[in-house]
Write a new protein. Structure first.
Length: 479
């Protein structure tokens, strides 16, 4: 066992305490059995962790060049630790090893991107003789609460802009995937000042205590809509800023000129990557009635033949569902759809094997009111719904509580763009889906979230404006 691999059991970044010996099991979703354990930290430990983060903030916020250098060093350290991080991530989350290495690479890329961002001081020009300018100040300790689908990448998505802005961070991973995040904390602690980043692990009410702590000035959370509402309520007492990246139920609309075989691979992987456990994955396909059968068969053929297995197996393209509760939800929503009259063109249930596996499932003849259409299934399940007119498809795509992303597929990109402009969501794509740039804003409408992440918007979301006015002609002012 390498020193870094051992560290994920001993510590999780500067400032971690070991007040009690309680631990909880971590399950390998490929087997359904525990393979390791993580500290189950007591909620009372949050007080000391936040106090240390506040003390560290005083020095961290004061030296922007040092922050830039430290974040670049952090990116280098993450890349160097990839051989330890990626297999551990696969073991606890389930995704294929190649995808885990990709997640580590994106983690390093986010750290580098935000290392080079800095807020701009802006003059206020309103015609008055008083000189004014807007400067920017950090907020203080930030609570970053991350989910289990991309635990390392989303940790960086939250921590990198917060740290670049001069804040300190208390990072809490999901109890389903704590180990790689603890190891990430150890790696980053090797290059960051003490207590600038601390990882805490445990089951509830640890997250609620962190979100409600009066010393936390910004809570950034990614997860389900019910959990997001609970986080917002917990943060309300201290009036902390809240950024919520919540669910998605992204629709893909295929126009009647689409070449099905040409787009089928892209469409399939936009829906099934990471076993469908992606907030902005395609979760519903609307196909014109005359192409519906062809679309269903093209997607079903790929679902029937894709290599499903443990993420550590080199040939695996789709791993298991990440945890038992989510597997039960996927199974329940598919059963309900079949009971409502849907038909499984591929999959439809759990295979006869150990672990949290669910056969890649393509559903047809799905009633539009079925939960697999109206709710976020967040698993390897894709309903394909026939439509009669583009107006009908757009209305259906916009007809849920969510508004994260959407896409339109056509042989004519200009025609697709006219339809894309009618989608009520935060990000829309033409002839592809679920691809993001580090430089773009990421936000949704409706139940898909509050606030903006990504790009410069993510940086400014971790800052507050500070306005300075100065009358003209004061001593020391150039004339």
């Amino acid at each position: 066992m390498s020193p870094q691999r051992a560290d994920h059991r001993r510590g999780a970044g500067a400032g971690t305490t070991a007040r009690r010996a309680a631990r909880f099991p971590v399950v390998d979703p490929a087997t359904g059995e525990p393979f390791d354990e993580a500290p189950d930290q007591h909620p009372d430990e949050v007080d000391a962790v936040v106090a240390r983060a506040h003390r560290a903030w005083r020095g961290w916020r004061a030296d922007a060049p040092a922050r830039t250098a430290a974040l670049h060093a952090a990116a280098d350290a993450v890349e160097a630790a990839g051989g330890d991080l990626a297999p551990l991530l696969t073991r606890e989350q389930g995704k294929p090893l190649a995808e885990a290495y990709g997640e580590v690479a994106r983690t390093a890329a986010r750290l580098r991107y935000f290392a080079e961002l800095a807020p701009e001081t802006r003059p206020i020009t309103d015609g008055r003789p008083v000189r004014g300018e807007v400067r920017w100040r950090s907020l203080g300790p930030v609570a970053a609460i991350v989910p289990w689908n991309f635990p390392v990448q989303l940790a960086a998505a939250k921590c990198a802009p917060a740290l670049a802005a001069g804040n300190t961070v208390v990072l809490k991973p999901s109890p389903f995937t704590p180990l790689a995040t603890r190891l990430l904390g150890t790696v980053l602690a090797s290059v960051l000042p003490p207590d600038v980043l601390t990882v805490v692990t445990g089951r509830e009410p640890l997250g609620a205590r962190l979100a409600s702590h009066p010393g936390i000035r910004h809570v950034t959370f990614t997860g389900s809509v019910p959990a997001g509402r609970a986080v917002a309520g917990a943060a309300a007492d201290s009036l902390a800023r809240v950024t919520l990246e919540l669910g998605g139920n992204d629709a893909a609309i295929l126009l009647d000129d689409v070449e099905v075989e040409r787009v089928a691979d892209r469409l399939f992987w936009a829906a099934f990557r990471n076993c469908g456990q992606v907030c902005m994955a395609v979760k519903r396909v609307y196909a014109p009635a005359r192409l519906h059968a062809e679309v269903v068969e093209a997607l079903a053929e790929r679902a029937r033949t894709v290599a499903v297995g443990p993420g550590l197996d080199p040939g695996t393209r789709l791993g298991p569902v990440s945890n038992g509760p989510q597997l039960a939800r996927v199974e329940q929503v598919v059963r309900r759809a079949l009971a409502d009259g849907a038909r499984a063109a591929a999959g439809g249930g759990r295979p006869d094997r150990p672990g949290h596996f669910f056969a890649p499932t393509v559903l047809t003849r799905v009633p539009p009111e079925s939960a697999v259409v109206t709710e976020e299934q967040f698993g390897p399940v894709l309903p394909v719904v026939a439509y009669g007119s583009v107006e009908e498809a757009v209305a259906a795509a916009n007809g849920t509580r969510y508004g994260l992303g959407g896409s339109v597929w056509s042989a004519d990109p200009d025609r697709a763009e006219a339809v894309v402009d009618r989608l009520d969501c935060g990000t829309a794509w033409i002839n592809h889906h679920a691809e993001l740039s580090l430089a773009q804003p990421f936000a949704g409408t409706g139940d898909s979230g509050v606030g903006v992440a990504g790009g410069p918007w993510g940086l400014y979301g971790n800052l507050r404006p500070f306005v300075v006015h100065r009358p003209p002609g004061e001593p020391g002012e150039a004339t």
